[in-house]
Design a protein around this ligand. Structure first.
Ligand code: SF4
Length: 420
């Protein structure tokens, strides 16, 4: 099978450091073929695997049954050993693992004549930029591409720009590239200021009528918009209105929760805990209910205080995060619930204040009033775990909220308030 060439991120390193976080957090759905293969491996307690089925039903309907790997009571995969290593990998080799395990933390997205590769920042090694340059993993990535990318990848159309407009691949990528240039502009101020300017460009792109603006003309227009964005004054930081903060806290609660198999199996008690937490997040009174072990009960009002500037190291991490997501088209189209480019970029921008709120919570849980690169990096792994993967972010309600926040400029208010 012939698949398009890969476009790899130029600024990202990654190698697995066996932290086993992914094997503890993710539910691994498997195909019927993978199920047969794993059952054929004949796992027993002599291999260290706990007693009971290694594969269990996931979703069942009258028409279809799907499967997932079984998990231990703490939510970790049944094949994870005491050293944090995969038993399937150790006994049968890398290729014997389910495909989902082989792909993580990569994500492959069609981009016209190429397939572009992004990474999930839920992996701490991705956030810390540890390991080999991604380009050095090309052979391994090519092998995985053959397994995941459909044959018709080059025929997949680009994401729409907004509800009205669709351009061809070269013009769509010009807009993505223009946003990335604003994010990397060394004269654009801090990363938050550059993101503010990129949102400004995205907002103007959203209003443009593209009937006569294609090809070279689009390039000229984007240059003018980027210059206008560079000249735009950064507004004073202003606390968003109470109702906006309420909506934002509910969004943060979705980003901050943990959905391991143990959580999903918690049944009525688990759902009741989540409902109580959501009620608290909606009211914003009292203390935030810890949604994961890393959080403590902290008064909501503490998260309204400034926790300082971003450390210089995190400025670089956040810039790289935004660039990898843009270069890898990991924010719109098939990678993000089929959402158009401008709206997807606004959702990507909204994750930044959400990360900052979570980082404040982590720092406050530790009794600190200043955040560190570690707080912010951990908040990035927590929030990015869900971004583009939890169905709630693609729901109509969530999309309407993002659109409304962007139109009323509350998106930039939230960004400037929580990220500074
Ligand atoms: S099968 Fe192996 S790699 Fe996949 S989640 Fe389980 S332990 Fe991790």
């Amino acid at each position: 099978m012939s698949v398009p060439p890969l476009q790899l991120p130029t600024i990202q390193n990654w190698s697995c450091h066996n932290c086993s976080g992914c094997c503890r957090q993710h539910l691994i759905e498997i195909t019927d073929e993978e199920r047969q293969r794993i059952l054929g491996q004949q796992w027993t307690t002599n291999d260290g695997v706990s007693d009971g089925p290694v594969v269990v039903p996931h979703r069942s309907s009258m028409w279809k049954k799907t499967w997932r790997l079984a998990h231990a009571s703490d939510g970790s995969c049944i094949f994870l050993d005491g050293q944090g290593l995969c038993r399937i990998h150790a006994k049968f080799g890398e290729a014997a693992k389910p495909l989902a395990c082989r792909i993580y933390p990569y994500a492959f997205h069609p981009s016209g004549k190429k397939v572009t590769v992004s990474l999930r920042f839920s992996c701490p090694s991705v956030v810390a930029n540890l390991g080999k340059a991604v380009s050095e993993n090309r052979d391994e990535l090519k092998e995985i591409e053959q397994l995941v990318v459909p044959e018709n990848a080059a025929a997949i159309p680009p994401p729409r720009i907004n509800r009205r407009e669709q351009l061809d691949w070269p013009d769509t990528l010009k807009i993505v590239h223009a946003l990335e240039e604003v994010i990397t502009d060394e004269d654009g101020g801090s990363v938050v200021e550059r993101l503010f300017r990129a949102l400004f460009v995205a907002g103007l792109v959203d209003q443009a009528q593209f009937a006569l603006i294609r090809g070279a003309r689009l390039g000229d227009l984007l240059e003018i918009l980027s210059e206008a964005a560079a000249a735009e004054e950064i507004p004073d930081t202003e606390q968003p209105a109470g109702v906006i903060r309420m909506q934002f806290r509910l969004l943060v609660a979705h980003y901050a929760r943990k959905d391991t198999v143990a959580d999903l199996d918690a049944g009525f008690a688990g759902r009741w805990r989540l409902l109580r937490a959501a009620t608290r997040f909606a009211s914003g009174r009292g203390v935030a209910t810890p949604l994961q072990d890393c959080f403590q009960e902290v008064p909501f009002e503490s998260m309204e205080q400034s926790f300082g500037e971003f450390p210089a190291e995190f400025e670089k991490i956040l810039t790289r995060y935004l660039r990898v997501k843009l270069q890898g088209l990991h924010f719109c189209g098939p990678a993000y619930y089929g959402i158009p480019l401008v709206e997807g970029f606004q959702s990507l921008a909204l994750i930044v204040p959400a990360m900052c709120w979570i980082a404040r919570w982590l720092a406050a849980s530790d009794g600190r009033t200043i955040w560190t690169t570690e707080d912010l990096s951990k908040a990035m792994t927590i929030a990015d775990h869900h971004h583009g993967y939890s169905p709630v972010f693609g729901s109509g309600g969530f999309r309407r909220r993002v659109n409304m926040l962007a139109k009323t400029e509350d998106l930039t208010r939230l960004l400037l308030w929580y990220a500074s």
